[in-house]
Design a protein. Structure first.
Length: 215
C-alpha cells in the first residue's frame, strides 16, 4: 500500500490541536486553525542553508577556543582568559557542578546541535537516512530548549560592563568568534523544521523499502 507523505498531520505546540497538513510549496507555511500558531514552514533551500550555516558555526566555535576571550588589565597586571579556561577555573575553585554545567550547556550542547544539523542536511541530501534518523530529530527537538550559548554570551557582556569601572577590559579574537558562532548557530537552527525534515526522511525510507534494489 502506497503511503502519501505529502499529506499528514501535525500537532500544534501551542494548543495541541491535531491538524491536517498538505504538501506545502516552498516559502509557504501551515497555520493552526484554532490559535493561529505556525505548525510548519517550508523554507526555500533549507537543507543547503542548514549545512552552510552549521559548518560556518563550527569554524567560528573552533576559533573561539584557540585565542584569548577576554583580556583584563589592572594596576599593570594583565590576564587573558580563553573560553575553555573558564571551565578550568571553575574546577580549580571547586565549583565542579557549575563547571560541568557550563561545559555541557555552553559548549557541549551547541556543538551537538550544530553537528546534528549538518549531519541531517547531508544525510537527507544524499538520502542516507533510516528510521533512527527521525528519533535523533526528536531528541534534538527536546534538547533544543537547553541551548544557552546566546544567554552565556549576553551574561559575559553584562559582566564586562559591570567590571569595566574597576579594570580595563579588552575583548579578544575568541570573543568575536563566539559572537559569530551564536549568530550562525541561531541561523542554522532557524532552518530546522522538524515536521518538514521528518516528512523528507519518511519519504526516503519508504522509497528505499519499496525499491526493488533496496537492501
Amino acid at each position: 500500500m502506497h503511503r502519501d507523505y505529502s499529506h499528514s498531520h501535525a500537532i500544534c505546540h501551542e494548543c495541541d490541536l491535531l491538524s491536517f497538513v498538505g504538501d506545502l510549496p516552498s516559502g509557504h507555511k501551515a497555520i493552526c486553525p484554532r490559535c493561529g500558531a505556525v505548525l510548519t514552514r517550508s523554507r526555500k533551500n533549507a537543507l543547503d542553508r542548514m549545512l552552510i550555516f552549521g559548518l560556518t558555526a563550527i569554524i567560528c566555535l573552533l576559533f573561539s577556543t584557540l585565542f584569548s576571550y577576554v583580556d583584563l588589565s589592572v594596576q599593570g597586571q594583565e590576564r587573558g582568559v580563553t573560553l575553555l579556561e573558564t571551565v578550568a577555573v571553575l574546577f580549580e575553585l571547586q565549583e565542579r557542578a557549575l563547571a560541568l554545567f557550563t561545559a555541557v550547556v555552553i559548549i557541549g550542547l551547541p556543538t551537538f546541535f550544530v553537528g546534528v544539523t549538518c549531519w541531517l542536511a547531508v544525510s537527507i541530501k544524499w538520502e542516507r537516512v533510516s528510521a533512527r534518523t527521525i528519533r535523533l530529530l526528536r531528541i534534538v527537538g527536546h534538547l533544543q530548549f537547553w541551548n544557552m550559548a546566546e544567554i552565556f554570551f549576553l551574561g559575559i557582556l553584562i559582566s564586562m560592563v559591570k567590571v569595566s569601572s574597576m579594570v580595563d577590559v579588552e575583548v579578544g579574537t575568541s570573543f568575536w568568534a563566539y559572537a559569530m558562532f551564536n549568530v550562525f548557530l541561531i541561523a542554522a537552527l532557524a532552518q530546522v523544521d522538524r515536521y518538514q525534515l521528518a516528512q523528507k526522511i519518511k519519504r526516503i525510507v519508504h522509497d528505499k523499502q519499496v525499491s526493488p534494489g533496496a537492501v
